[in-house]
Design a binder for this molecule. Structure first.
Ligand code: C2E
Ligand code: MG
Ligand code: MG
Ligand code: MG
Length: 285
């Protein structure tokens, strides 16, 4: 009887593993197709200057309009794209389209694009970025590239050289999801960033515990002494917003202001900004 149970359990896990592998395989096949047919689109989420309430830029977040599954979120396919190498063509497409879209925005509005560590290993990231800028005519100072701490964990000379070369182009570099990595802060010395984005988990805990506020306060003061912009991710409530303002955080991003929206809606949002200058509540409500 015990033996039977054990076999039953094993068969159950095997079936579950099989189903998972099959679903990943299906995602891979369909994603390859979506990339080939150019159906992936960046949606854009505004970055708000917390002093003036103005939109300083937008983060491009990939969306996959899927015939059966509706709009598929990146959490479901970025890991598959990274495991299969599809992140390289996907990342290239996002970069080109984001630069093209942003070239039509006012000159003081930037676009931020997420990069996977794998794109740094591909060996052609610099030329992919240069081509996207040239093809779109977007000035490099209006492009921000978001990287994560895991990229710097490798302590690779090639990664550092690429980051320096990108920055020499005039492109800005942001440290995304700050505080969630396992690396020490020493990379802040070896590489000059332009922006630190405080991970939304710290913002989420604001109000609930004093530790979160202390952490935000120290990141803001670190950012100020390094001369970099501090952005808070995942701002959802007025209480979080006023706390972030009180701590002197420069920029915010989150559902309180707006979720990511398709490019057509961004154009009217920016037109509204020119109309109702300075009033973000009226603009993004
Ligand atoms: P991320 O770069 O940290 O992007 C922020 C994520 O937080 C986005 O999720 C955004 O929709 C979500 N978010 C924004 N405001 C709020 C809020 O107030 N509350 C909550 N709960 N969430 C908020 P999304 O679009 O699902 O993207 C998830 C992650 O997928 C991104 O995290 C990024 O790491 C990755 N990703 C998205 N697009 C790309 C891409 O084109 N290339 C690469 N390599 N990664 C991408
Ligand atoms: Mg990001
Ligand atoms: Mg983030
Ligand atoms: Mg994230």
């Amino acid at each position: 009887r015990a033996k039977l149970d054990a076999r039953g359990t094993f068969a159950f896990f095997e079936a579950a593993l099989d189903a998972k592998a099959q679903s990943r395989r299906k995602t891979e096949v369909e994603l390859r197709d979506a990339i080939q047919n150019d159906v992936l689109r960046p949606y854009y989420q505004p970055l708000i200057d917390l002093q003036s309430g103005r939109i300083t830029g937008f983060e491009a977040l990939v969306r996959w309009p899927h015939a059966e599954r509706g709009m598929v979120s990146p959490a479901e396919f970025i890991p598959v794209a990274e495991d299969t190498g599809l992140i390289n063509p996907l990342g290239g497409q996002m970069l080109r389209r984001a630069c093209l879209d942003a070239a039509a925005w006012p000159d003081d509005v930037r676009v931020a694009v997420n990069l996977s560590p794998l794109q740094f290993r591909s060996g052609n990231l610099l030329s992919v970025v240069t081509d996207a800028l040239k093809h779109s005519g977007l000035p490099p100072r209006r492009l921000e590239l978001e990287i994560t701490e895991t990229l710097l964990l490798e302590k690779s000379a090639q990664v550092l050289a690429t980051l320096h070369a990108l920055r020499a182009l005039g492109v800005r570099i942001s440290m995304d999801d700050f505080g969630t990595g396992y690396s020490s802060l020493s990379y802040l010395r070896s590489f000059p960033f332009d922006k630190i984005k405080i991970d939304q988990s710290f913002v989420r805990d604001l109000g609930a515990n004093r530790e979160a506020q202390a952490i935000i306060r120290s990141i803001v003061s670190l950012g100020k002494s390094l001369g970099v912009t501090i952005t808070a991710e995942g701002v959802e409530t007025e209480a979080e917003l006023s706390c972030l303002r009180a701590e002197g955080c420069h920029e915010g991003q989150g559902f309180l202001f707006s979720k990511a929206r398709p490019h057509a809606e961004i154009v009217s949002l920016l037109a509204a900004q020119r109309g109702i200058d300075g009033d973000h509540a009226a603009m993004v409500a």
